[in-house]
Design a protein around this ligand. Structure first.
Ligand SMILES: [Zn+2]
Length: 487
C-alpha cells in the first residue's frame, strides 16, 4: 500500500487580497505534492482560508457586510486563484468557518483543557491587530508596532483564557533536537532552513510566556465559541492553527492515516509564521496528546528591488494574476521556483520577471525544444527508449525542499544541450557524408534524450510545459507553436 504524505500551506487571512507571497507558497507546496504523487505516495495537499477575528469583523463592518458574506467573497478570491497558479485540482480547501473545523477546534480546546493546560486570568496588554500579536514594551518603537506604525495598539484589559505555553520549553527543545526525518545519511532539521531552526530554538531557550487564547464575545463577536463559556470566543491560535489537523479529519479516526503512520507531515509558511507554526502549534499538539509535525518549511518574503518591502502605499506590489495573464501559469511557477531564493527574501519586479522569462523560458527552454525537435523531425531521428535517471542534484533538491536546486539542475541540462548543439553542429553533420551523418544522428539522439529527461523532470514544477515537451518527443514533431513566445 502506498505511504501517506500530508502537506499544507498556511491559511491566508482573508483581510487582504491574494499577493505574490501567497502564490509562492501555493506553488512550492503544490510542486512537492505533485512530486510525492509521482513517487507513489498517497498525497493529501491542504490549503484554504483563515476567516475569524477582529480584523475581519472590522473590515466587514466598514464594507457594510455581514461577516459571513464578507468571508465568503474573500475566500472565493483565494480559491479562484489556485487553478490560475496550476495548483492540482484535487487540493483540499479548508475554511475556518467550515462546520467540521468549528467542531474540531472546540474538541481540541476541550481536550487541552481536560489535560490541564488552559486557565483563566485577568490580563492587560497592548495588542497589534496588524500582527495579531501581543506586544511587550521592549518590542515597541515610539509606542507603536514597528511593523504597523500607522495603526494604534489596542489596549486589552479583560479576563481571558490562557494556554500554558511555559510548560513546553523542554519538550519543544527536544523536538528541535530530534529533528526531521532521516534523508539518506543525513537528517533534515525540524525547521528548514537550519538558520530558522536556530532562531526558534533561541526564542524558546529565552523562556516561554503563557499566551491568551480567548476574547470577550462582546468585544470580538466573530469567532468560535469557547466550550462551556458563552461569554468568550476563541482567539486565532486555538481556531486557525487547529486546521492543520481538522483538514485531515481530526477528531475522527480517519486522521490517523495522515498523522500517525505517515510518510511525511509538512507545513509550508512564511518567515512571519515561524513562531506560530514551529513553537506555539507544536506545544498545542503536545498538550492535546497529538503527534508533532515532521517539518516546517519557512519561505522568505518577496520584496521589491533592493529588498524594499512591498506595500500598497509605496505602489510596488505585484498582483500574481496580472503576471499569469501576461506570461502564463507555468512562467509564474518557473519564477517562484527558480528565480526566487528558496528560503531567503528575494525581489520580484515586472522587469525582472520579463527578463527571466525571455532569457530562460523563451530563449532557454523554448528555443532548445524547437531546435532539437526540428532536427529530429527533419531527419527522422527518433528518441531511444530507456530508463531516465534524473540528475542527483534534482532529487536531493526535492528531498531537502530546496526546489531551486532541482530547477537549477534542469537548467544545467538545458545549457549543456545548447552547448552540444553549438560545438557539434549536428544539423551540419546531417548534410555531410555517411560517417558524419552517423555522428550527427547520434548527437540528435542524445539531445532528444536530454529533452525527454527535461520533460520528465518538469512534471511537478511546470506540468503543462512538461506535457507539451513529452508530446513532442512521443510524436517526433516540433511544437505547433513556440512553448514561450518572446515578450
Ligand atoms: Zn504589528
Amino acid at each position: 500500500m502506498s505511504k501517506p504524505f500530508y502537506i499544507t500551506t498556511t491559511l491566508p487571512y482573508v483581510n487582504a487580497k491574494p499577493h505574490i507571497g501567497h502564490a509562492v507558497e501555493f506553488i512550492r507546496a503544490d510542486s512537492i505534492a505533485r512530486w510525492k504523487k509521482l513517487c507513489g505516495f498517497d498525497v493529501f495537499f491542504n490549503t484554504g482560508t483563515d476567516e475569524h477575528g477582529l480584523k475581519i469583523y472590522q473590515k466587514a463592518e466598514q464594507a457594510h457586510m455581514d461577516p459571513q458574506a464578507y468571508v465568503d467573497k474573500a475566500a472565493a478570491e483565494f480559491k479562484e486563484l489556485l487553478p490560475m497558479l496550476g495548483v492540482s485540482p484535487d487540493a483540499n480547501f479548508i475554511r475556518t468557518t467550515d462546520p467540521h473545523h468549528i467542531k474540531a477546534a472546540q474538541e481540541f480546546w476541550r481536550i487541552v483543557d481536560k489535560n490541564g493546560y488552559i486557565y483563566k486570568k485577568n490580563y492587560s496588554v497592548k495588542y497589534c491587530v496588524g500582527c495579531e500579536l501581543e506586544k511587550t514594551e521592549s518590542e515597541l518603537v515610539d509606542g507603536k508596532c514597528p511593523l504597523h506604525p500607522l495603526q494604534d495598539l489596542e489596549l486589552i484589559n479583560e479576563e481571558n483564557y490562557f494556554f500554558k505555553f511555559s510548560a513546553f520549553q523542554k519538550p519543544l527543545l527536544d523536538l528541535y533536537e530530534k529533528g526531521g526525518p532521516i534523508l539518506g545519511k543525513s537528517k533534515l532539521p525540524f525547521v528548514i532552513p537550519e538558520s530558522r531552526q536556530k532562531e526558534i530554538r533561541a526564542f524558546v531557550e529565552r523562556g516561554l510566556e503563557d499566551f491568551s487564547i480567548s476574547r470577550l464575545k462582546s468585544k470580538m463577536p466573530w469567532g468560535i465559541a469557547v466550550p462551556g463559556d458563552e461569554s468568550q470566543v476563541m482567539y486565532v491560535w486555538f481556531d486557525a492553527l487547529v486546521n492543520y489537523v481538522s483538514a485531515v479529519g481530526w477528531p475522527d479516526d480517519s486522521f490517523k492515516k495522515w498523522c500517525v503512520d505517515t510518510g511525511g507531515m509538512v507545513q509550508y509558511c512564511g518567515k512571519d509564521n515561524l513562531r506560530q507554526q514551529s513553537a506555539m502549534w507544536q506545544a498545542m499538539l503536545l498538550a492535546a496528546g497529538l503527534p508533532s509535525s515532521q517539518n516546517i518549511i519557512i519561505n522568505g518574503f518577496v520584496t521589491a528591488d533592493g529588498g524594499v518591502k512591498m506595500s500598497k502605499s509605496l505602489g510596488n506590489t505585484i498582483d500574481p494574476l496580472t503576471l499569469v495573464e501576461e506570461f502564463g501559469t507555468d512562467a509564474m511557477r518557473y519564477y517562484c521556483l527558480r528565480e526566487l531564493s528558496p528560503f531567503e527574501d528575494s525581489p520580484c519586479t515586472p522587469e525582472r520577471f520579463k527578463d527571466a522569462y525571455n532569457a530562460n523560458l523563451a530563449n532557454g527552454l523554448g528555443n532548445l525544444v524547437s531546435r532539437v525537435m526540428k532536427m529530429a523531425e527533419t531527419n527522422g531521428v527518433k528518441a531511444l527508449n530507456g530508463e531516465v535517471k534524473l540528475p542527483d542534484a534534482y532529487e536531493t533538491g526535492l528531498s531537502e525542499y530546496n526546489l531551486k536546486k532541482s530547477m537549477d539542475a534542469i537548467w544545467d541540462l538545458i545549457a549543456e544541450s545548447d552547448k552540444l548543439i553549438q560545438t557539434k553542429q549536428p544539423f551540419r553533420l546531417m548534410k555531410s557524408n555517411i560517417p558524419e551523418r552517423t555522428e550527427g544522428r547520434a548527437c540528435i539522439e542524445t539531445l532528444l534524450g536530454n529533452i525527454y529527461m527535461i520533460g520528465i523532470a518538469l512534471k511537478p514544477f511546470m506540468p503543462d510545459t512538461s506535457k507539451a515537451i513529452l508530446d513532442c518527443v512521443d510524436n517526433n514533431n516540433m511544437p505547433a507553436a513556440p512553448l514561450f513566445l518572446r515578450k
